[in-house]
Design a protein around this ligand. Structure first.
Ligand SMILES: *[C@@H]1O[C@H](CO)[C@@H](O)[C@H](O)[C@H]1NC(C)=O
Ligand SMILES: *[C@@H]1O[C@H](CO)[C@@H](O)[C@H](O)[C@H]1NC(C)=O
Ligand SMILES: *[C@@H]1O[C@H](CO)[C@@H](O)[C@H](O)[C@H]1NC(C)=O
Ligand SMILES: *[C@@H]1O[C@H](CO)[C@@H](O)[C@H](O)[C@H]1NC(C)=O
Ligand SMILES: *[C@@H]1O[C@H](CO)[C@@H](O)[C@H](O)[C@H]1NC(C)=O
Ligand SMILES: *[C@@H]1O[C@H](CO)[C@@H](O)[C@H](O)[C@H]1NC(C)=O
Length: 489
C-alpha cells in the first residue's frame, strides 16, 4: 500500500505549499527481516519554520461548494484561521490546546460513563465539575459554510453531537459571530416545532433530555450542555437547509437564544453524530447516510473537504479505502465506535490485552488520541527502540515522550498504523506523529497520550486523522479509511 503512494509523490509535492508534507516513504529491511519490513517516513524539520509565515488565508469566506454526481463537497477550514492574532506565543498556544483537549476528554469520559450507567442526563451542569467555558469547542476545529433559510452562515463540524443549531434572534445571550444572526421572522420557510410533535419527543432519545414546552406558542425548547460550561438553549424549528447544491427541506435545527462558549466566530454547530436528530440521519434520503471528511493539518494552508454522499469520485485517496465495522453501543447513540485490533510501529506489531476489547471512539473534536495504558506503553517502547539516539527533553503537558531535534534537518520516523477489525487500518500521516511544542524543534513530542485506566474509553483524535479520507457509512454501519492529502480542489 505504501508503495502505491510513491507514484503520487510528485503531484503531492507540487500541490502542497506545506513543506512538512515533503514526505517520502522509505522501506528498508533491517535486522535480517526479524520484524519483516521496517517502515519509516522522513520528516523534514528545517522546513518547519512556518510559524513566521503569515500566509493565513481568510477564514470564513469558504470557496464555492462543488457537486459530483451524488456527492456534495463543502470546503472545510480550520477555525484557527479565524481567530485574530493572539498575544500568546507559539509554545503557550500549543500548551493551551492540550489543556483544552484534556478537559474535553474528561467531559467526554464522564458523559460516557454516566450514559453507560443508565443514568438520565437530566442536567449535566449539575453533575459536572465546572470547567472553563468553551473548552470543548476550542478543540472542535473545523468550519464549513451552509445556507439556512437562504442565508450564508458558517458552523463548526462535530461528529460527537447530534443537534445542529445556530444563534437566533431575538437573543437573550449570544456570543460574537461573524455572520448576521439568524432571524426566523425574516424567513418565510421557518416553522416552529411544536412541543406535542414526535420531532420534539425524539429529543429525548437523541440527547437524553426531553424538550420542554414553551408558553405562548407551545414551542419545543431544548438544552444542550457540552459538559464544559458551554451550552446552547432555545427552541427547535424547521428550515430550508442548503448544503452546497443539495436542498434539504424541513431540516430540524436548534434556534439558539441563549448560547455560551468559545465558538470562534462561527454561528453554531453542525451535528454529525449517529442519532436520529443528527444532520446525517435527517438527510438519509438524499445522501444515503454517508459522509466523509479529510482534515488538513493546522500548519498547512490547505483546506479540507466535507463530502456528503457515497460517490467515491469525490475522494482523492492515494490508497484503497479499507472498511471496518462500527460497534454499536445502544446506551451511546451519538458516538461512533470502532474495534482496534492492533498497532504497528515501523512495521512491528505491538502487544496489548486491550486490543479487540471494548471499542474505541473516533472523534473529530478530540485532538490527541488516547490509548489504554498497556497499549500506550507498548507503543511508546517500540517507538523509542526504533527512534533511538535522539536527545530526550522533558514532557509537554499530557505528552510524555519528547525529543530535542534542533540539531537535525530531517529525521526518519517509524510509521504508525492502527489496525482495525476487518483488515482495515488507519495509516497515521507523518504530520500526525509528532506535536511541536517549540517551533525550533527543540521540544518535539510523540503526539499520543495514555488514559489513566485500562478500561477508560480510548479515543482516536483528529491529530491522527489528518490527511486521510475518513468515511462514515451509517446505513451500512461501517467506517472507511484511506490516505489522502487534504485539499478542496
Ligand atoms: C453565499 O455563498 C455563495 C458561495 O459559497 C456565494 O456564491 C453567494 O453569493 C453567497 N450569498 C450571499 C447572499 O452572500
Ligand atoms: C513563551 O511563553 C513561555 C511561557 O510563558 C515562556 O517560558 C517563553 O519564554 C516564551 N517564549 C518566547 C519566545 O517568548
Ligand atoms: C399539537 O398542539 C396543537 C395546538 O397547540 C394542535 O393544533 C395539534 O393538533 C397538536 N398536535 C398533535 C400531534 O397532537
Ligand atoms: C474485535 O475484533 C476481534 C477480531 O475480529 C474480535 O475477536 C472481537 O470480539 C471484536 N471486539 C469487539 C468489541 O467487537
Ligand atoms: C548538537 O550538536 C552539537 C555539536 O555537534 C553537540 O555538541 C550537541 O550536544 C548536540 N545537541 C543535541 C541536543 O543534539
Ligand atoms: C536543544 O539542543 C540545542 C543544540 O544542542 C541546544 O542549544 C538547546 O538548548 C536545546 N534545547 C532544549 C530545550 O533542550
Amino acid at each position: 500500500m505504501a508503495e502505491s503512494s510513491l507514484t503520487h509523490l510528485p503531484s503531492l509535492l507540487l500541490s502542497s505549499s506545506f513543506l512538512l508534507i515533503l514526505l517520502s516513504i522509505i522501506i528498508t529491511t533491517h535486522d535480517g527481516g526479524v520484524h519483516g519490513i521496517e517502515e519509516r517516513q522522513v520528516l523534514h524539520l528545517q522546513s518547519f519554520l512556518w510559524e513566521q509565515k503569515n500566509t493565513i488565508p481568510s477564514c470564513l469566506t469558504p470557496l464555492k461548494p462543488r457537486q459530483r454526481d451524488g456527492a456534495t463537497i463543502l470546503e472545510m477550514v480550520l477555525q484557527d484561521r479565524c481567530t485574530r492574532k493572539s498575544t500568546m506565543n507559539w509554545s503557550e498556544k500549543q500548551k493551551q490546546r492540550l489543556v483544552s483537549d484534556e478537559a474535553h476528554v474528561k467531559s467526554l469520559q464522564s458523559q460516557i460513563r454516566r450514559a453507560e450507567s443508565r443514568k438520565k442526563i437530566m442536567d449535566i451542569s449539575q453533575a459536572e465539575v465546572p470547567l472553563k467555558s468553551g473548552i470543548k469547542l476550542q478543540t472542535l476545529n473545523y468550519i464549513v459554510a451552509i445556507q439556512l433559510g437562504g442565508k450564508n452562515t458558517s458552523v463548526i463540524v462535530d461528529t460527537g453531537s447530534d443537534l445542529t443549531w445556530v444563534q437566533c434572534q431575538p437573543c437573550r445571550l449570544c456570543y460574537n459571530q461573524k455572520d448576521p444572526l439568524f432571524n426566523p421572522f425574516d424567513s418565510p420557510s421557518y416553522r416552529t416545532v411544536l412541543c406535542n410533535s414526535s420531532t420534539c419527543q425524539s429529543l429525548e432519545s437523541a440527547m437524553g433530555n426531553a424538550g420542554a414546552c414553551g408558553f405562548g406558542p407551545p414551542t419545543c425548547n431544548y438544552v444542550v450542555n457540552y459538559g464544559d460550561g458551554s451550552y446552547t438553549r432555545g427552541e427547535l424549528g424547521t428550515e430550508h437547509l442548503q448544503l452546497g447544491t443539495a436542498s434539504v427541506d424541513n431540516f430540524v435545527f436548534g434556534c439558539g437564544r441563549n448560547n455560551k462558549g468559545l465558538f470562534g466566530g462561527a454561528s453554531g454547530i453542525m451535528g454529525l453524530g449517529r442519532s436520529m436528530l443528527s444532520l446525517v440521519s435527517q438527510t438519509t434520503n438524499i445522501f444515503g447516510g454517508v459522509f466523509s471528511y479529510c482534515l488538513p493539518s493546522a500548519e498547512s494552508a490547505a483546506s479540507g473537504s466535507l463530502v456528503f454522499g457515497s460517490d467515491s469520485s469525490a475522494y482523492k485517496n492515494l490508497t484503497p479505502v479499507t472498511y471496518t465495522t462500527m460497534i454499536s453501543r445502544p446506551q451511546l447513540p451519538t458516538f461512533y465506535f470502532i474495534n482496534i485490533t492492533g498497532i504497528t510501529v515501523g512495521g512491528a506489531e505491538i502487544q496489548s490485552p486491550s486490543f479487540g476489547k471494548a471499542g474505541i471512539l473516533i472523534d473529530s473534536g478530540t485532538v490527541i488520541s488516547r490509548l489504554p495504558p498497556s497499549m500506550y506503553s507498548a507503543l511508546r517502547s517500540e517507538f523509542l527502540s526504533k527512534f533511538s539516539g535522539y536527545p530526550p527533553t522533558p514532557g509537554f503537558s499530557i505528552l510524555d515522550t519528547c525529543f530535542n531535534l534542533s540539531n537535525y534537518t530531517e529525521v526518519e520516523i517509524p510509521t504508525i498504523r492502527l489496525l482495525l477489525e476487518g483488515y482495515s487500518e488507519i495509516p497515521v500521516d507523518i504530520t500526525g506523529v509528532f506535536y511541536f511544542a517549540k517551533p525550533d524543534a527543540s521540544q518535539v513530542c510523540l503526539a499520543l497520550a495514555s488514559l489513566t485506566y485500562e478500561d477508560d474509553i480510548g479515543i482516536i483524535g483528529n491529530y491522527q486523522q489528518k490527511n486521510q479520507r475518513v468515511i462514515y457509512d451509517t446505513k451500512a454501519s461501517k467506517l472507511g479509511f484511506a490516505r489522502e492529502p487534504c485539499s478542496f480542489f
